[in-house]
Design a binder for this molecule. Structure first.
Ligand code: ADP
Ligand code: MG
Length: 166
């Protein structure tokens, strides 16, 4: 996928409450405006990378990009699980992410246990892969350090354009 690493940010919106949090794996959803800006070579499946909420610390993340059954699979969704324990929900905050690598395609599971096991494998894989020096470099990129929620959104989106265009 030529578009990786891919940088993007957007407000955290409410999902469909499909119970991710109850599984111990909450996923922060991006609005359609962010999903629609995904390059066409970014396939559905599971990705790993870095994420930061507002001006907070940068953490490892896994992201699922999938066809959304709620919209009869005509729309995609981007759901990020930040590998960190937060004290509170962060709906309405700006989530910044860089998608670094691809783990696997989407799959359907016969049991909840199998699904949870697969996600936990993805998390372990993300943790290990992100320790590579070339990936650690992205954690420290200007994309995360330069962002301030005080900036007008045009400034935030132009920094996104600059990063993706190198
Ligand atoms: P929803 O259907 O609204 O997305 P979830 O059960 O998937 O509900 O929970 C997602 C919400 O949980 C996020 O929007 C965020 O506010 C909160 N949250 C707390 N911890 C995390 C985390 N580590 N990663 C992602 N979201 C988290
Ligand atoms: Mg969710």
């Amino acid at each position: 996928m030529r578009s990786l690493p891919f940088f993007c940010r957007g407000e955290v919106i409410r999902g469909f409450g499909r119970g991710s949090k109850e599984l111990g794996i909450p996923t922060a959803n991006f609005p359609d405006s962010v999903v629609e800006n995904l390059p066409s070579d970014i396939n559905t499946g599971i990705y790993y990378g870095w994420a930061c909420v507002g001006n907070g610390d940068v953490h490892k993340m896994v992201m699922s990009i999938g066809w959304n059954p709620y919209y009869k699979n005509t729309k995609k969704s981007m759901e990020t699980h930040v590998i960190h324990s937060f004290n509170e929900d962060f709906y309405g905050e700006i989530l910044s992410v860089v998608m670094v690598g691809y783990i696997r395609p989407e799959r359907s599971y016969t049991s909840l246990e199998a699904l949870i096991a697969a996600i936990n494998n993805d998390i372990e894989e993300a943790k290990v892969k992100l320790e590579l020096p070339e990936h650690l470099k992205l954690r420290d990129s200007n994309f995360f350090t330069r962002f301030s929620s005080d900036l007008p959104s045009t400034t935030a989106s132009s920094s996104q354009t600059i990063m993706n265009g190198h």
